[in-house]
Design a protein around this ligand. Structure first.
Ligand SMILES: [Zn+2]
Length: 89
């Protein structure tokens, strides 16, 4: 059995559970928020188009193409930025 230490009360509890056996608080809270933070940082500065599910089909297809171009554009920019920062140092 995998055991994990509760961050809230310090007791060792069943790591497969979502909540601590002793205090009932959520386990792996810190881990989850770390992942969320990382995702937020990754997608920050990338204002992708929001596609409304109610958008007509043809318009939606057009928006998807536009968003795809935008993604390529952003990846090129980040690549150039990475290259520029590596040459500066
Ligand atoms: Zn606990």
């Amino acid at each position: 059995m995998k055991e994990s230490k509760c961050e809230h009360c310090g007791f060792w509890t069943n790591g497969h559970l979502e909540n601590c056996n002793y205090c009932g608080k959520r386990l792996n809270d810190r881990h989850l928020s770390e992942i969320e933070e990382r995702e937020k940082i990754e997608f920050r500065g990338m204002p992708l188009l929001k596609i409304d599910p109610d958008t007509p089909f043809i318009r939606k297809g057009f928006l998807y193409v536009l968003r795809f171009i935008q993604l390529i554009f952003f990846s090129i920019i980040s690549m150039v930025a990475a290259m520029a920062s590596s040459t500066v140092h």
